[in-house]
Design a protein around this ligand. Structure first.
Ligand SMILES: Nc1ncnc2c1ncn2[C@@H]1O[C@H](COP(=O)(O)OP(=O)(O)OP(=O)(O)O)[C@@H](O)[C@H]1O
Length: 478
């Protein structure tokens, strides 16, 4: 029987397909794709998106290519920005279509939280007022050291760093707004400004506005006093990138919130990137209007948690290098072990050691570091109460177990001690509500908020609860 032209075509296609399958060597393909990406992305971006991303398997039947990424942020970035490139590369390499599937590596063990974006409303287009670029340059005060290159990634900040880089690579589209929250001195401002630096490096004419939230408040009040509201609006509503630091200071300021709402709307609708930092989630900022809370959740809310020892050492090493200090590893290790919750204080500790070395005309070594930081140790000791310690003391007091305190049992004998432990964690540590929830077996921050409110109320009305809380406080503060 003769073959028709269309049969032939089918056979040829089948052959090409099979050759493609045959040729599709996953390891080799990945190597070549990686090399291509390495030459295209700068070092920081390459390290963020590609270095720890691995192909897991390729199914020759379904063409599914399973790829393991380190964080949910990296997953989102690959899906949105890199998938298309990967498809092209696979086609060019072996003439086949592939279907990438991204999985987050559970072993990467992220300690930070990422709050998933909420559904956003379709933005109504709005015309932006004309810009005056000189005003922005005048206001710009980015710290030149706060770049991605100088930011050490580790447990506690890699989700936030990944999100910041994604935003810097593709502002106004990917995670808008980006809301970075977490404790004092953990690098929120640094990351936020790094986005500004990258935007300016790529486009020196970009209008990058970086402000402390108090500046917005003061500018607004002055604009009313001086009748320069139009100018005020122009300044903020024509930015390409608006960076607002410590937005928790908008708490209870209704007029300011109203003004910021309109600034937000204008920028958002114009697809301009907004980045905010805060020491807590929007839902925890007192009297923050519902519409701001919901808008802040449109993009990504990501937490920075305190760095582990390894990251603290790496930060100190980098700082010592940039200051031209010769500090050996054991001294770096010692200094890093003295300050565990605040990187500003960690850097301050190194400065203290450096100052002592200068005064005493000595080289920096572990003995000198010990004497320089002797008083610091006392301060840290009284401040560094751990949530785990609170759980242990409360469990003992109520003759239950830490597992039950952290668990899900709903019986009253456990629920009350659990709520008291949450209340004390809020009162006696710097931990945010999400962080406390996480330490109590991954509970939602609203559960913690409810527990804290309930115990605060009961202390006023229930003498037994009152004296239990006061006993426990004494035990913990001893
Ligand atoms: N991962 C990091 N790598 C290098 N330096 C860091 C890192 N995180 C923080 N720092 C440094 O620690 C100092 C404090 O950081 P930053 O001011 O950004 O903290 P913050 O979270 O904004 O604090 P605050 O809550 O007080 O506003 C800065 O000098 C910053 O450069």
């Amino acid at each position: 029987m003769w073959k028709t032209a269309s049969d032939n075509a089918k056979i040829i296609l089948q052959k090409i397909f099979l050759e493609g399958m045959y040729l599709f060597d996953l390891a080799k393909f990945w190597e070549s794709f990686n090399a291509e990406m390495r030459s295209e992305f700068n070092e920081v971006s390459y390290n963020a998106w590609f270095k720890n991303t691995r192909p897991v398997s390729f199914n020759k039947g379904t063409h599914e290519l399973v790829i393991s990424v380190q964080t949910p942020v990296a997953k989102g970035y690959w899906e949105q920005n890199i998938s298309a490139r990967l498809l092209q590369a696979a086609y060019a390499y072996a003439g086949i279509d592939i279907y990438p599937v991204f999985v987050v590596d559970e072993d990467a063990n992220n300690s930070e939280r990422m709050v998933q974006p909420q559904k956003r409303e379709a933005p109504a287009p709005k015309a932006a007022p004309a810009a005056s670029s000189r005003e922005f340059t005048k206001d710009l005060r980015l710290n030149e050291k706060y770049t991605f290159d100088n930011f050490i990634q580790g447990e506690g900040n890699k989700l936030a760093a990944g999100a910041a880089m994604a935003v810097a690579d593709d502002p106004g589209t990917f995670y808008n707004p980006l809301f970075i929250f977490g404790g004092v001195g953990l690098g929120k401002t640094h990351l936020m400004q790094a986005i500004g630096h990258q935007m300016l490096a790529e486009n020196p004419d970009a209008k990058v506005v970086y402000i402390q939230s108090e500046t917005f408040v003061n500018d607004f009040i002055n604009s009313i006093k001086n009748k320069t509201q139009e100018k005020f609006r122009e300044k903020y509503r024509t930015a390409d990138l608006l960076l607002v630091d410590d937005i928790q200071f908008f708490a209870k300021k209704e007029g300011i919130q109203e003004e910021f709402f309109h600034t937000f709307e204008t920028l958002y609708n114009d697809k301009k990137q907004i980045v905010m930092t805060s020491d807590r989630l929007p839902t925890e900022i007192p009297d923050l209007s519902e519409r701001l809370v919901s808008r802040f959740a449109w993009g990504l809310q990501v937490e920075i948690t305190p760095p582990d020892l390894e990251t603290r050492i790496a930060i100190l090493r980098k700082k010592a290098e940039s200051e031209g200090l010769d500090v050996d590893e054991s001294t770096l290790d010692y200094v890093a072990s003295q300050v565990d919750t605040n990187i500003r204080e960690l850097e301050g500790a190194l400065v203290k050691v450096q100052a002592q070395a200068t005064i005493q005309k000595q080289d920096i070594n572990i003995g000198l570091a010990r004497s320089a930081l002797a008083d610091l140790k006392l301060v840290q000791k009284s401040r560094g109460l751990q949530i785990s310690k609170i759980q242990e003391v409360v469990a003992n007091y109520f003759q239950t177990t830490v597992a039950d305190i952290k668990g899900k049992k709903r019986v009253r004998q456990i629920v009350i001690p659990r709520q008291i432990a949450m209340y004390l964690s809020r009162e006696l540590t710097d931990a945010s509500l999400p962080k406390i929830g996480q330490e109590f077996g991954g509970k939602d921050h609203t559960t913690v908020m409810h527990a804290c409110d309930k115990i605060a109320r009961q202390i006023k009305t229930d003498t037994e609860i009152k004296s239990a809380v006061s006993d426990l406080r004494q035990m913990l503060e001893r």
